[in-house]
Design a protein around this ligand. Structure first.
Ligand SMILES: [Zn+2]
Ligand SMILES: [Zn+2]
Length: 574
């Protein structure tokens, strides 16, 4: 048994304890032990043999005893008992994407939910949203998670799910002593908006061993195929993941090759040919004598071809090869350039968290500012704010600002653009806001002419700073509404309205192609999460990735500005 497999058991014990509602310190002790064991450089049987297990910091006597029991008897009685005690349905509930053991415990304790079916019924009856820290969005995510759990393979998945899965698998591969390198390849690495399957590459001298453990990973529902150097599996969520294990010398070439895109690789092969070289997944070679050139990273591959390094997000054969040849690739925006998030919901409308909680998380993330932009009054189902509530929220935020160090909280609003193009509040109210975001949430079926005119009339209003999720699409679920984006771009140039990249992996709206066009036209962009809970503030990285795929630079994005500059920017039109 490998160390990592013992770590999985420790994590499962922690999950079971959490489902039982046990003492938090006990739960933490098992989680910590799991982490430590996964990263040990010595094999556990060796440590046991040498009586050193108890001396490993973070592994107490009790846990060490259980590990010894596992190696001596093949099982841990304590773990077996726990599995008996916890309702089997709860273990299934925690395989729902986004539902952890703590949430399952809460649902069990407060709503008596002990199976996926019961959870689905409770969510449909809107009983989940009223639990502390959950809210309507969480309820919706649970329903979608259940749907995902039940759907088979073959469908496409959103970038958010693929990326989280890929990161977790590559972290696990890196933790194996027999693995020298591991990483994510394919369209997940290029951060495309939807993903077929997740591609992983590892460099190891013991491929069979790596494949074997990969196939036993707790996230694996089914092994589709398996050879000496590769395997395809389906995860609990129904996403296919493919692993290829190569010799460590070939790792960078394999990673590069399987990152793609195919079109990008074709261009590189042509270029190699012109230079008397040959490039493939095994390396880069001189054609005359098949001599391989030195590759210790992807940058080497590009430099052998006379190109500057091309980041994965650009590898689509959309002009990046030419630009790299002339050393004129853009200095792409980085996640660390982002100074704040300008579209966030709180529990004043349909968000799950209080403004203080959102602010607390923003401080931890190192932001200089955030904007609280709850829904406006027409959006009744989302708890849209009346004039009075909006004013009260503004007072509250100003008061909070007075006692929050280092973070500027902007009192904003996400105002609906009504069917006739009017906004949901009169100008005098909008004038008093720190920031105004306008968006379409209803009347999606209007014809192109009407919808375009409706949106542009909102952009014309000098109080509107940002047009949110400009095309209204939900990836894989709702097509964009009929809208003439060329005219929207024209209006953005004319009136100076910023356009949003909504970072939610469900939206990514503007998409990469529109971003590129907007940047070429000099339109300002705001990358926002539209988070309805603090966890989703992390989705900023998907918006940034979309911006990078659209060749955006720091200067194109308004929320890379320092606080004072941003405040000035927001005031420029009124
Ligand atoms: Zn919205
Ligand atoms: Zn929103």
């Amino acid at each position: 048994m490998e160390n990592i497999e013992v770590a999985w058991i420790m994590n499962e014990i922690a999950d079971l304890l959490e489902l039982k509602g046990e003492n938090i310190f006990k739960i933490r002790a098992y989680r910590k032990a799991a982490k430590i064991i996964a990263n040990l450089s010595d094999d556990l049987p060796v440590l046991i043999e040498e009586k050193k297990l108890e001396t490993v910091p973070g592994i107490g006597k009790a846990i060490a005893g259980k590990i010894k029991e596992l190696f001596q008897t093949g099982k841990i009685q304590y773990y077996e008992n726990l599995k008996e005690e916890v309702p089997a349905g709860l273990l299934e509930i925690i395989t729902i994407p986004g539902v952890g053991a703590r949430m399952a415990q809460e649902l069990y304790g407060k709503l008596g939910v002990s199976s996926v079916d019961e959870l689905e019924a409770a969510a449909r009856a809107r009983r989940v949203r009223d639990l502390p820290g959950m809210g309507a969005k969480t309820e919706l995510n649970i329903l979608r998670g259940i749907e995902m759990l039940r759907s088979g393979v073959g469908g496409r998945t959103t970038l958010g799910i693929a990326d989280a899965l890929a990161e977790s698998f590559s972290g696990f591969l890196k933790s194996l002593p027999s693995v020298e390198y591991a990483g994510v390849a394919g369209s997940t690495r290029r951060m495309k908006e939807s993903i077929g399957d997740v591609d992983l590459v590892a460099g190891s001298h013991e491929p069979e061993k790596v494949i074997e453990i990969f196939a036993r990973h707790p996230q694996v529902k089914k092994v589709l195929s398996r050879g000496d150097t590769k395997a395809s599996i389906v995860t609990l969520m129904g996403v296919q993941a493919d692993l290829l294990v190569v010799n460590p010398d070939q790792y960078w070439s394999a990673l590069h090759h399987f990152t793609g895109s195919k079109e990008h690789n074709v261009r590189l092969r042509e270029l190699a040919h012109q230079k008397g070289l040959k490039i493939n997944e095994y390396g880069i070679f001189r054609r005359e004598d098949d001599q391989s050139l030195r590759v210790t990273g992807e940058a080497d591959i590009y430099s052998h071809l006379g190109l500057s390094y091309i980041p994965p997000e650009l590898r689509e054969d959309l002009g990046e090869v030419e630009a790299a040849g002339e050393d004129r690739l853009p200095a792409l925006l980085e996640l660390s350039d982002i100074k704040g998030d300008l579209h966030i919901h709180s529990d004043w409308s349909d968000g799950a968290n209080t403004i203080e909680q959102v602010a607390g998380r923003a401080v931890e993330m190192g932001y200089q500012y955030i904007a609280i932009t709850d829904h406006s009054k027409s959006l009744g189902i989302a708890g849209g704010l009346s004039k009075e509530r909006l004013a009260a929220q503004g007072d509250y935020i100003r008061e909070l600002n007075g006692r929050t160090d280092g973070l500027e909280i902007l009192a904003g609003i996400e105002t609906d653009i009504l069917a006739n193009g009017d906004l949901d509040y009169p100008d005098d109210i909008l004038a008093g806001m720190d920031i105004v975001i306008a968006s379409v949430h209803s009347g999606f079926r209007q014809d192109r002419e009407k919808m375009t005119g409706r949106v542009i009339s909102a952009m014309k209003n000098k109080h509107v700073d940002i047009l949110a999720h400009p095309t209204g699409r939900l990836i894989g679920r709702r097509e964009p509404y009929a809208i003439d984006m060329d005219r929207v771009f024209e209006a953005a140039v004319k009136y100076g309205t910023a356009l949003e990249i909504n970072s939610s992996p469900d939206r990514l709206d503007l998409n990469d192609r529109y971003v590129r066009k907007a940047c070429e036209l000099g339109i300002k962009i705001s990358i926002n999460t539209d988070a309805h809970d603090t966890v989703r503030l992390e989705e900023m990285k998907y918006g940034v990735a979309t911006a990078r795929r659209g060749w955006a630079q720091k200067e194109d994005i308004i929320n890379t500005m320092d606080r004072d500059k941003l405040l000035k920017f927001l005031k420029r039109r009124g």
